[in-house]
Design a protein around this ligand. Structure first.
Ligand code: SP5
Ligand code: ZN
Length: 350
């Protein structure tokens, strides 16, 4: 039997990731129930645990301080650690967001959180740092499982998600950029392609690698004219300096379905892979493209994720799959399993 074929897919998750429980967010003046719930992770876990012959569920053991430092300014972790001393029932919702070039801030003061944060949906409490760091640890372990050749593909159940977090900014329910941390670990071994299929533009990842050409960032998303994060993710953002033409934003209209999505992948992603010749792929796997997602505006069905997984597998690259968004908890586990099965059902070794 060809090597690897009988192996299970490594999956990483740490139970401390469940301690972070944002309760509500402010959305244009409305107080709404927070979409980024613990039930999301529980739905995925249930689906993983229902398939013990397919998945090997493990907990990361090492707290990933070095890996985080590889991407993020230390002020961010100083701020998150400061939030650890908040009383259990207290949450910090930043509400003053200064224009950066006009201000300086002190990350040991929680009231200054607004300097680092860019929206009103990403609060800090005593558990945020640990949950975000263990989420990043999942990304680190997933990366290792693939980089060592143990597995062609592995999945990090990263929650909270990461792709909106920048070098020294957080927002969009994201505190640490898990995908950027993964790519940074890999880049000494060769070129890395980050493909972001979350419904929202991966603005944090884009900004981190905007002036680099060894990490190519591509994001397929709802048009930021209408959707979060609004101020970037437009198609004319192509990278800067030596990074020029190493960032690609692909916007697609509200209602985009699986067929249209597959057309985008075939037409836009294949040529990039052919030209850029990455050694690794990091997939930012958001499922808020699902038809009944409460936030996203696309119309993908569960089977479409199977096709996407097959497309990704066909690229033939060692692949690090990291969880991003997806807010209909009851379908999330099923959709994650559909994507991963799509990858695994593709026969690499025939
Ligand atoms: C990781 C990720 O997917 N983050 C997304 C952050 C989106 N935050 C803005 C959500 C605005 C919610 N508006 C609800 C409108 C429902 N019709
Ligand atoms: Zn999203």
């Amino acid at each position: 039997m060809p090597a690897n074929k009988s192996k299970k897919t490594p999956v990483f998750f740490h139970t401390d990731q469940l301690n972070h429980k944002p309760l509500f967010e402010w959305a244009f003046g409305q107080k709404i129930k927070h979409p980024e719930t613990t039930s999301r992770a529980e739905s995925i876990l249930k689906s993983i645990q229902a398939n013990p012959a397919t998945y090997d569920l493990r907990a990361p053991k090492r707290f990933p301080l070095d890996a985080i430092k590889g991407i993020h300014n230390t002020e961010l972790s100083v701020l998150y650690k400061r939030a650890k001393s908040l009383p259990k029932d207290k949450t910090m919702y930043p509400s003053v967001f200064p224009k950066r070039d006009l201000r300086t801030a002190d990350p040991t003061r929680l009231q200054h959180a607004g300097y680092y944060c860019f929206d009103s949906g990403t609060p800090l409490n005593s558990t945020t740092w640990s949950a975000a760091a263990w989420s990043a640890a999942c990304a680190v372990e997933t990366t290792k499982a693939v980089a060592t050749g143990e597995s062609k593909m592995a999945y990090g159940l990263c929650r909270p998600p990461g792709h909106h977090a920048g070098e020294s900014t957080f927002g969009g329910y994201c505190y640490l950029n898990n995908a950027a941390i993964a790519a940074h670990l890999l880049r000494s071994q060769g070129r890395v392609l980050i493909l972001d299929i979350d419904f929202h533009h991966g603005n944090g990842t884009q900004s981190i690698f905007y002036k680099n050409k060894d990490v190519f960032t591509v994001s397929i998303h709802g048009d930021p004219k209408d959707y979060f994060p609004f101020y970037c993710g437009h198609e004319n953002e192509r990278g800067e300096g030596i990074g020029k033409n190493h960032n690609l934003n692909i916007t697609s209209p509200t209602g985009t379905d699986g067929q249209e999505y597959m057309r985008i992948l075939q037409k836009k992603i294949l040529p990039i892979v052919k030209k850029f010749q990455p050694k690794f792929l990091v997939l930012c796997a958001g499922f808020d493209t699902y038809v009944s997602d409460p936030i996203g505006g696309f119309a993908l069905e569960t089977e479409d994720y199977h096709d996407i997984g097959g497309f990704i597998a066909k690229l033939g690259l060692p692949t690090i799959v990291l969880q991003e968004g997806g807010y209909e908890a009851k379908s999330l586990g099923r959709n994650v399993h559909s994507l991963l099965s799509g990858f695994n059902d593709f026969k690499h070794y025939l």
